[in-house]
Design a binder for this molecule. Structure first.
Ligand code: NAD
Length: 260
């Protein structure tokens, strides 16, 4: 279905980004990976997912907090892949502290990585998508793009901002073949959430298993984690013709979190 298209997934060396990259590859899209840490294992798993289609997999290590590096990554995508057809803004970090103790430099990096990076990739990708009259932009917001939790001021502000940015650019492209949407996951068991489970266990003097159960019980009625593969399936749907008129949505996949 996505043969000949190129997907750039930011923050795709781990977690949700990697799961989405694998699902897009399985539909035949070429994939450009981005993110820190080991690159070889994620590259191999995405190549394997797209093997039947003979896809091409690239990597650019841009730090998403640095606009000049984002520009270099988009230039790489143009030079090596002829541009970006599917842009998945997924890179993100978390930090939890009450606002009066929140380190100012953590605020700045969360806003830069979780929000401003999507502005930069979008402003650079939209012209090429308009020219081709086809494009998909999928922004990984969060349940925290729609409701708040205490201790997460920067993250909640960035994710609410990302939902707003999604709506604005969806309106700007509404008469074109370019769609812009946000996916708002509940808890997904990735390194980002494992850190919060570890902290909960330590603070409460409880087992990791109990901390995991408590974390789900507080917010997620299904009591099950959402999986990167499920989010990847939604991304594939948004890239399909069925998604042509889904525009400016903030689509929660959250085990019922937002229904409460
Ligand atoms: P993760 O920690 O597993 O992955 C984050 C990815 O971003 C990694 O590849 C990491 O290398 C990359 N990254 C971090 N800082 C970067 C930077 N400065 N430049 C480039 N890459 C960078 O996290 P995840 O849970 O898979 O989260 C992915 C996205 O989904 C984030 O935007 C997160 O806020 C969002 N999200 C996660 C959950 C969850 O429960 N895990 C829920 C809702 C939303």
């Amino acid at each position: 279905m996505l043969n000949g298209k190129t997907a750039l997934v930011t923050g795709s060396t781990s977690g949700i980004g990697l799961g989405i990259a694998e699902k897009l590859a399985a539909q035949g899209a070429n994939v450009i990976l981005n993110g820190f840490g080991d690159v070889e294992a994620p590259k191999a798993s995405v190549l394997a997912a797209g093997k039947a289609h003979g896809i091409k997999v690239g990597y650019h290590g841009a730090d998403m907090s640095k606009p000049a590096e984002i520009e270099a990554m988009m230039a790489y995508a143009q030079a090596e892949f002829g541009g970006v057809d599917i842009l998945v803004n997924n890179a993100g970090i978390q930090f939890v502290a009450p606002v009066e103790n929140f380190p100012a430099e953590k605020w700045d990096s969360i806003i830069a990585i979780n929000l401003s990076s999507a502005f930069h990739t979008m402003r650079l990708a939209v012209p090429g998508m308009r020219t081709k009259n086809w494009g998909r932009i999928i922004n990984l917001a969060s349940a925290h793009g729609l409701v708040a939790s205490a201790g997460k001021s920067a993250y909640v502000a960035a994710k609410h901002g990302l939902v707003g940015l999604t709506k604005a650019v969806a309106l700007e492209t509404a008469t074109t073949g370019v769609t812009v949407n946000a996916i708002c996951p509940g808890w997904v068991l990735t390194p980002l959430v494992q850190k919060q489970i570890d902290a909960k266990a330590e603070q409460g003097g409880i087992s990791l298993d109990q901390a995991q159960k408590d974390l789900l019980g507080e917010k997620q009625p299904s009591l099950q984690f959402v999986t990167p593969a499920q989010l990847g399936d939604l991304a594939v749907f948004l890239c399909s013709p069925g998604g042509d008129n889904v525009r400016g949505a903030a689509w929660n996949v959250d085990g019922g979190w937002l229904a409460q």
